[in-house]
Design a binder for this molecule. Sequence first.
Ligand code: SAM
Length: 279
Amino acid sequence: MTAPLTISQALQLSDRLADASRTLDAQLLLAHALNCSPAYLRTWPEKALAAAQQDHYLSLLDQRAQGHPVAHLIGEQAFWTLNLEVSPETLIPRADTECLVEQALLLDLPEDAHVLDLGTGTGAIALALASEHKEWKVTASDFSAQIIALAERNAQRHALTHVRFFCSVWFDALPLETYDLIISNPPYIAPNDAHLSQGDLRFEAQTALVADAHGLADIQTIVANAPGYLKPNGYLMLEHGYDQAQAVQTIMCDAGFTAVHSEKDYGGNVRLTMGVRPA
Ligand SMILES: C[S@@+](CC[C@H](N)C(=O)[O-])C[C@H]1O[C@@H](n2cnc3c(N)ncnc32)[C@H](O)[C@@H]1O
């Protein structure tokens, strides 16, 4: 019988992973298999793994080597200040989407702002905003009941129970109310985009990623309908692809939005565009 791996030996198996983030990935997977914090791994490098822990870790490492996202393997992803449960039915929240949250927090909104997050997925944007402004009335929607159940669990997890959730295909089943801000990270990847067959994207729901009309179909639907759900001078803020800012600006200007402009994400790419509903 071979000796069990120690924590330090287990972490060295990160060389089985091709990814640039393999050291961190291995730490997250091992911490998950051992049900401990990454700090524990650093404190006890010589500790031996129990057989079940070792089997679990090696299986996770194997799945990661095949390309499965770490977030799916450990069941959660950090976003803003929140740890969110994830599922293969919707997008794993991305750090770049935190720029959307950051920009929304910079807007001149009333103290009791009404905010709508369309295509909320895990609830990432809605819950981040609700966690910063307990006095805001935040509404979030997505098209599937299972995804809404996931977002609701994340709201419970962080005691953000003042967020309302609706199962709705974009605006279709929402109550006819008006908002100070409508925010969305909708699907915006073109169906033939090569990135869809690479990396983590292969394992994420196409319904969260892909839109017709060169990736712009859902953005067109949201922009066309948003004015009916925005208060006068209300904001619409959208995340989009790195090469879509001009197209999204045109769609928003054509729909009558004013003060239309775009902002960069943390990587320096122009990835979000916003505008104001005319009074
Ligand atoms: C790019 S993901 C964004 C998820 C989350 N807001 C985030 O930033 O992590 C797009 C989301 O839009 C939802 N979605 C796609 N088509 C939709 C539709 N027709 N109506 C409502 N939601 C839709 C997907 O289920 C998915 O959760």
